[in-house]
Each structure stands twice: as C-alpha cells, then as structure tokens.
Ligand binder design. Structure first.
Ligand code: ADP
Ligand code: MG
Length: 492
C-alpha cells in the first residue's frame, strides 16, 4: 500500500491545523531506513496554552452537555473510522515506528476495540446513593475533570493514544494529547480522519519534545487530570509537575517482568510465550517478559530450543510480510540497547545468541539489534534490574522456589508476570505472591478490555483498560439533601 504523507504537519487544536507559535519543526524518521518521513510541529508552552484553551472551551460549551449515549456513539464512530482506515494507519505506524506490519495491524484492531469497549461503557458510568442518617437523601455524582492532559510513548503509538483517549472521552472530558516525538504521525493522521465526527476542541494534539511540549501540558493549571505512559524516570517528573496543581495522575511506567517456568510446564507453550514476551515489538514494551526464571530440571532442553528458535527470527524490513522483528524505534534506542548488552558482558553474563546489530548490509541504515539472550545472569546485575526496552532476554536458572520468588519480586518494578505450570494450585499461589499488577498463567501478553492493566511498585499508579478507568477520569461530587422540611436548629 502506498501511503501519502504530508511534508509538514501542524498541531491539531480546536479542530484546526495550527502552526507552532515558535515556528519550529522537527523531523520524524523511518527507523528501518533512516529516511525522513515528514516535518512535524515542535510545540512549546504557547501551543499547549492554545490547546488547553480550546479543550476548555469545548468542554464548557458543548462536551460537558453531551449526554453519555451521544458520547458513546461518537466513540463507536471513531472505532469504525480506525477499522476502515486500518491498512493505511498500520502502514503509517510501521513507517514511523519500525514495527512489523502484522503488529501494526493488530495495534489498529486493538485500538478500534478499545474505543468500542468505552463506547459501550459510557452509558454505564453511574453514581450512587448513600444511606445516611436522618431524613436525608445523599447521592454521589461522577463528573468529568474537564480538560485532561495525556502524554504517550512511541512503542504502540496509536494504541496507547486509544487506551487514553477512549476512557477520557467516554467519561466526558476533553483532551490534549502529546504523542512521542519519535512517532507522531499515526495520531496526526487519526485527527485528520476523525475531524467530521468529533466536535472541535474535544481532541487536541500538540506534537513536540518532552521538556518543551510535554512538561507545560502536565503542569498546566487547567489540567486537573494527567495520564502518562513512559519511563519511570519521566513518570516521577510528571507526577511532581502534576502535584503543583494537585492534579490527579495515572502513570503506566516501566517493567522488568519475570516469566517463571516450572519443571512440569507445557514447555512448547512456554517457549512460544517466552519468545512472544520478549521479542514482540522488538522487546519495546513495558510488559516485556525480560527475565526468564527457568527451572534447573528443564533448563538444558528448554534453552536449546529457545536459542534455536531465537536464531530463526526473521529480522528485517518491517514492511515485508515475512519479517518477524523490525528495527528499534530510533538510533538512540539502538545505542541504548547495545550499551546494555555491552554492560551485561562486563557484568559477567554470557551471550548465547545475538548481542549486536545485524551484519546484513541491507540492514545497516536501520536501527536493528539482533534478538539477544543472556545466560548466567545474577538478579542483582544491572541488566536484570533495569528496563532495557529492547530484544534482550536475561535467563536465570532456579531450583529453590522461595529464592526464585524473592528474586522475581526483587526489582523496583511490578508490572507483569508469566507463570508456566500444569499445577494450577501452584500457579494461583504463585500469582498471589508475585508483586505485579497483571499476571498471565500459561500465556503471555494477552490483554482483555475490562481487565485492569497497571503496575505495582514503581511500574505505576492507576489502572487502564478497565471499567474502573472511567473512575480515574471522573471526580466525585456528593450532594446531601434535607428531606425533613424542618429547619435544622443549631443556634437556639
Ligand atoms: P523514552 O525514554 O523511552 O523515550 P520517555 O518516558 O522519555 O520514554 O517518553 C515518553 C513520553 O513522555 C514522550 O511523549 C516524551 O516526549 C514525554 N516526555 C519526556 N519528558 C517529559 C517531561 N519532562 N514532561 C512531560 N512529558 C515528557
Ligand atoms: Mg519516527
């Protein structure tokens, strides 16, 4: 499919394409080829100000008075638009991000489903009554925050936008969204497509870099709710910035998730799950199963197959249908990941496959890294503690259950975990003891709308994808009514 990109993209504010006030733009690059795809507005505080103002106006003039059913219908229409244009959007995603087309298509499918889930949920967001003392009626309303600021990452660009936009809009908020500077194009194309369906100012997109465009958004006094997905380091800054306005935050941050293989596991299934968990999206996912705890009794046969399968992964041009792993998102990310690989070697871990950029001359212009596996990893090594965000798996051999569990929990993160065993009692017990927000048993990387996704410990705060996410996008208003008809006498 031929995708026509514009040479230059502006901000999407109040339903219009708005020039960056400072006149600055930046290049967005195809990480598979190094080619410049387009120039994009580099936003600053002035642009953010305009966008928040547009969202504020839209909120007060129309969106706050749009009933839930009408909002739900608009979300269904958005889902329909994504489905209809999914081939084009998937191509844009692959060009900008480098993920294989197959994965981009799945992203579009999931993005549409996300809008559908919240389209249906919009009319089910209810308040409650409280049985208070005396002749009184006490009821609680759930009201939107107004303007929500959302900052998203580059690993699943349009899908992460969907995860955030859909519940915010369903709950009745207007949004200013800042895509990642590495991958702004799918969100911009999305805005072009939804222009006729979504009232002006309800969705606004300001592109640009974190410090210049993201920071002014999350500290804006009119933004009472901030949602962020990205690194834990930036997440802390976002939370601090939001604190200036006592704004509510949802943070979905890093991970270093364990995949635990018991000796009785279905090893073929576990093998697939481990491969998917670390090499899907070239390991650039917060949920990546990046630490494999492999029981000593199955260690050798499992490793043999794992290495063999890893070597067979087809790394290359993400537009080719046979490609299983594309480049990383940027040169910077490639360097970061290669730096971690070097570090792992220095720390004394052994590379059993991969470990460098591929030598294929055709891939030299792209930001590729070979699928890499480290063995002889100690849990206190930095490669076992820090999020690498690339196709790098750390393998730890285990024999004692308690020690393994301690190590599995022995990181600052607590996002996901995978448990592989046929003993379901064992599996559920282990799930109870793992410090992680989202756990899979005998599968990995499967998400369901309705099921709350989010992190324990420093992997974040708040939950996405669930019905209760709507609660994060609302504030409660309690109304207490005197029904007695008698004046209450306080001063006599
Ligand atoms: P990565 O390091 O993988 O690029 P980041 O956490 O830095 O991930 O980025 C995630 C998102 O946060 C991006 O959209 C980025 O522009 C934005 N961002 C970075 N720094 C800040 C900041 N100080 N305030 C708000 N947003 C930021
Ligand atoms: Mg790019």
């Amino acid at each position: 499919m031929e995708v026509t990109l514009k040479e230059r993209y502006c901000h999407f504010i109040g339903g219009e394409w708005v020039e960056p006030q400072g006149g600055k733009t930046f290049e967005t690059v195809n990480p598979a080829t190094g080619e410049v795809l387009a120039r994009v507005a580099a936003g600053d505080a002035h642009d953010v100000e305009r966008a928040v103002e547009a969202a504020w106006q839209a909120y007060h003039q129309s969106w706050s008075r749009t009933d839930a059913n009408a909002r739900g219908k608009i979300l269904y229409q958005i889902a329909e638009i994504i489905r209809k244009n999914s081939e084009e959007l998937a191509h844009i995603e692959t060009l900008d991000n480098g993920k294989p087309l197959l994965e981009s298509r799945l992203d579009m499918f999931l993005a549409a489903e996300c809008f559908e889930y919240y389209a249906g949920a919009a009319t089910k967001l209810e308040g409650k009554t409280v049985p208070v003392f005396g002749e009184r009626l006490d009821y609680v309303l759930r009201e939107p925050w107004g303007v929500v600021g959302q900052v998203i990452p580059w690993n699943f660009p349009l899908l992460m936008a969907a995860w955030k936009l859909a519940p915010a809009l369903a709950a009745g908020n207007c949004v200013v969204l800042k895509p990642a500077e590495q991958t702004p194009l799918s969100a911009l194309r999305f805005c072009e497509l939804i222009g006729d369906v979504v009232p002006k100012g309800v969705i606004n997109v300001v592109t640009g870099f974190g410090p210049e465009a993201g920071a002014p958004l999350v500290r804006h006094p009119k933004v009472k709710k901030v949602a962020f997905t990205g690194s834990t380091e930036v997440g802390r800054q976002v939370m601090a910035a939001a604190a200036a306005n006592v704004a509510d935050v949802t943070l979905e941050l890093g991970g270093k998730s364990p995949q635990i293989v018991f000796p009785d596991a279905d090893l073929d299934a576990a093998l697939e799950g481990v491969l998917l968990g670390i090499f899907y999206n070239a390991g650039q996912q917060c949920s990546a199963g990046s630490r494999l705890f492999l029981h000593k009794d199955v260690y050798d046969p499992f490793m043999e197959k794992l290495v063999e399968r890893t070597r067979q992964i087809k790394v290359g041009d993400p537009l080719k249908p046979e490609t299983q792993m594309g480049p990383l998102v940027s040169r910077e990310q490639q360097k970061r990941v290669l730096g971690y690989i070097e570090l792992g070697v220095k720390e004394g871990a052994q590379i059993v496959t991969g470990g460098k950029a591929p030598e294929d001359p055709e891939l030299q212009k792209g930001c590729y890294v070979e699928p890499t596996i480290f063995v002889d990893v100690q849990n206190n090594m930095r490669i076992a503690q820090e999020e690498i965000f690339g196709p790098v798996l750390c393998v730890l051999r285990w024999s004692d259950y308690e020690t393994m569990l301690q190590e599995a929990n022995g990181v600052q993160y607590g996002l996901c975990a995978g448990i592989w065993t046929r003993d379901l009692l064992q599996a559920h017990r282990t799930a109870q003891r793992l410090e992680a927000g989202y756990i899979w048993i005998n599968q990995y990387d499967v998400y369901a709308y309705g099921a709350p996704f989010g992190g324990y410990k420093q992997s974040g705060i708040g939950r996405e994808l669930a019905f209760e996410t709507l609660y994060h996008y609302t504030q409660q208003k309690n109304v207490n009514v005197d029904l007695s008809g008698k004046p209450s006498r306080w001063f006599r």
